[in-house]
Design a protein around this ligand. Structure first.
Ligand code: DAH
Length: 452
């Protein structure tokens, strides 16, 4: 059953909305134009204002339960009128207004975000990351405000527990050999994020639709592999890098625009492969498989493992490790033998290496029985108090505040529409209250979206 605390409904008000919305004003929970008051506005101006009120509201039959309401407006100048109207009608005045654009949902009229966050002792101000007027920036406040949270550094958080168990595995297998980094800034250059690890120039991950850009040269890292080049240039040959990574993505129980990865990297010298009587690539591949099979058993017990061939731009050969867990094969991580070019370009020519990358949430969801990725961000003690530092065996016990609540909505879109942009808008307004947003049908540029 869904763990929903979701209770948001779509509202059209007679007082504030124009023609199209008026038509639907009697059916509060049904279909209406969402972001633009009418078709003409939608075509002419993808910008629209959304008013959001997160308190008991006068106008929906919510029986006293909390409802989050939002509705469309064609221009920001009406916000104050809307707020006043809400207050007159008895809504507690905790309302927020923002302006969204399909081509860049990070643009907002009013902001309620934190002004600075800290990573690894360095303060990052909002102005450095969220640039509302810059067309090359697509970072919304919702993302910025999470940058300093570093869930993987909390020893009694499932992500911190898992990270430490993996660190212990490496410390026991290779005492004192691996350097660990877990507070490198997530703000990296496109060179680090893509070029250094040979991501092709036309790869989809480079698009504004998939990656959070601070400007045309700088991004929020979309994988911890972004640190491979710099680590090698700094002379590290054995390292583990853990951190938050950022991807514009769909909304559902297993996707969240921020998640956590751990990168592993080990360099081998000619001495090592000569001593082993193997060539450098074979030694790296054998040693990689042994290490990671050991790790899988450490995490999941004595499970069956298998290797499948894969593709990553930075490794050749590339593999995925799978385990047979709860009657099915589960993908655990991606890895491979590092391409020579990466080693040569970064001061480690003449050597070989292995690398792996794993998603901490993905594994923690399985290990702790956590059904929804958004729970990792919860500060509700009913979540946080369930876990203890060092204990991997704990199973999450579900809790629920409200029954699930489904809403079908439809609205007009402009050519600038993409599903990721929609999800960004939904997240910007309703945060984690929305469990899932699915585009149901696209006909003549009219979308039906299901939110729950
Ligand atoms: N960077 C990859 C991702 O985010 C994961 C990965 C795969 C990292 C293979 C590696 C690797 O270092 O060798 O999907």
């Amino acid at each position: 059953m869904a763990m929903a605390y979701t209770s948001w409904s779509l509202l059209s008000t007679r007082l504030f909305c124009t023609n199209k919305a008026k038509r639907y004003s009697s059916s509060l929970l049904s279909s209406t134009d969402l972001f633009c008051a009418n078709k003409a506005t939608a075509a002419a101006a993808p910008a629209a204002t959304v008013l959001y009120c997160s308190s008991n509201c006068f106008c929906c039959a919510c029986n006293g339960r909390r409802r989050d309401l939002w509705w469309s407006w064609s221009s920001g100048k009406h916000i104050l009128r809307c707020l006043k109207q809400l207050q007159r009608n008895g809504t507690k005045a905790r309302a927020r207004a923002s302006s969204v654009r399909w081509d860049n949902p990070s643009k907002r009229l009013l902001s309620t975000a934190a002004s600075a966050v800290e990573v690894g002792g360095v303060t990052i101000s909002r102005d450095e990351v969220v640039k509302e007027e810059d067309p090359t920036n697509n970072v919304p406040d919702t993302i910025f405000s999470k940058i300093g949270m570093q869930l993987h550094k909390r020893p009694d958080h499932p992500l911190g527990i898992l990270k430490n168990v993996i660190y212990n595995h490496f410390d026991e297998r290779y005492p004192g050999l691996f350097h660990k980094f877990d507070d490198l800034s997530p703000i990296v250059s496109i060179k680090e994020n893509f070029d250094d690890v040979l991501v092709p120039s036309d790869h989809v991950s480079r698009s504004y639709n998939d990656t959070y850009y601070i400007n045309s040269e700088t991004v929020l890292r979309c994988h911890t592999s972004a640190h491979q080049g710099q680590m090698l240039r700094d002379g590290y040959t054995h390292f583990l890098v853990s951190g938050d990574v950022y991807r514009r993505d769909a909304i559902d129980a297993t996707h969240y625009p921020i998640f956590h990865q751990m990168e592993g990297f080990r360099v081998f010298t000619p001495n090592e492969w000569e001593k082993a009587g193997l060539d450098g690539t074979t030694l790296a591949a054998n040693e990689l498989k042994e290490t990671l099979e050991g790790l899988a058993k450490r995490l999941f017990g004595n499970v069956e493992t298998r290797w499948t061939d894969s593709y990553f731009p930075f490794t050749d050969p590339s593999y995925e490790l799978e385990i047979f867990f709860k009657e099915k094969w589960l993908e655990v991580l991606g890895c491979g033998v590092t391409k020579q070019e990466i080693l040569t370009d970064n001061g480690q020519g003449g050597k070989t290496a292995w690398a792996f990358g794993l998603g901490l949430e993905r594994l923690a969801m399985v290990l702790f029985d956590i059904p929804d990725i958004r729970l990792f961000w919860s500060s509700d003690p009913r979540f946080t108090a369930q876990f203890t530092a060092g204990q991997l065996g704990i199973k999450f016990k579900p809790f629920s505040k409200f029954p699930p609540c489904y809403k079908d909505i439809s609205f007009w879109i402009s050519d600038a529409f993409t599903e990721n942009n929609l999800c960004e808008v939904v997240r910007g307004i309703a945060g984690d209250l929305v469990e899932e947003a699915n585009v149901r049908e696209e006909a003549q540029k009219k979308l039906n979206v299901i939110l729950r």
